[in-house]
Design a protein around this ligand. Sequence first.
Ligand code: PLP
Length: 407
Amino acid sequence: MKKMQGRSQEQILAVENELGAHNYAPLDVILSRGAGVWVWDIDGRKYMDCLSAYSAINQGHCHPRIHAALVAQSQRLALTSRAFHNDQLAGFYEDVCALTGAHKVLPMNSGAEAVESALKVVRKWGYEVKGIPADQAEIIVCENNFHGRTITIVGFSTDPNARDHFGPFTPGFKTVPFGNTHALEQAITPNTAGFLVEPIQGEAGVIIPPNGYLKQVREICNRNQIVLILDEIQTGLGRTGKLLAEEHEHIVADMTLIGKALSGGMYPVSAVLSSRETLGVLQPGQHGSTFGGNPVACAVARMALKVLIEEGMIENAERMGKRFMAGLETVHNPLIREIRGRGLMMAVEFHPEAGNVKTVCNALKQRGILVKETHEFILRFAPPLIITESEVDWALDRIIPVLSSHG
Ligand SMILES: *Cc1c(COP(=O)(O)O)cnc(C)c1O
């Protein structure tokens, strides 16, 4: 086995380029260590992580208590499959339900799996509870959604790059504009089983719907007996300054999908939460996952939730988000179209004349800030929720001049 140690960045990138599938275009930085909001590259340069692994690292890199839970559980029992019970799963269910008010939980691993699981369950609910004729169930989704990368999910993406040449796709999906309740009502038929939506569209560029949208969506779903599925895989677990983004509009979804920060980035853990008995339609043999609900996942997730609450990360996200946003709003550059955010989920959108903002990412990297563009003209800022006032100020001291001088 050849060692990576001692190789230069160029040599490592050449290996990745030759041997890896080219399904990502990462910044040219190779990270080898992380702690809290900070990461270090192989040459020892230190950066603030303002992406947080797409919000999987809400609790900060290598959180010591989550790490301890991972080590302790992996020394005792790592995997049983669901053919047998394990002594961690019930506690995970209890903690998740106590925290979110959910009545039932389905444990999975990746976010995409949670989405797929919800789609299956909603269809089954549509046939068995709502009485939709066999194979006629429809699920409504939004334009510019991001729900993952499986064939079914990319089949209802509106991003050509995500879906082109991956067909034929799963039928049964209808697309409406995000933030538009009139279009949603128009799309509903007696066969509509569910509406799947992100409370704030993350990958689309932190797109915040009009005030009252989710509340109206909730009413429309109630009126038409439609299961409201909120994909909170990115917005959930404190990112927007609330445990779940649905709380901003005082609603409760019928199904809520969480993932990413459910493990604090330590392990792939996702879950489908249902507040009604939607998940009750599943019977033995109808769905599953070898690793879903495994003891390590449960122990890690329980600790990841515990530290989120006990260490005040959600309130901190709210406070630091305000501070960060106030700083971003001092930037004056005519090439900037909009600066928006909620909690520590923020974005700066440039006009197309600004060119691809990858150049801004590289300029920020030079100054010790790691971010990634989304859709060419949008920069997202989403540091770990443990960020302190002085760390926010440190970041702004570097970000403001770069954004102001771009163009
Ligand atoms: C990241 C993400 C997913 C997919 O999660 P994976 O773990 O990458 O499969 C789904 N929905 C939203 C809103 C996401 O941000």
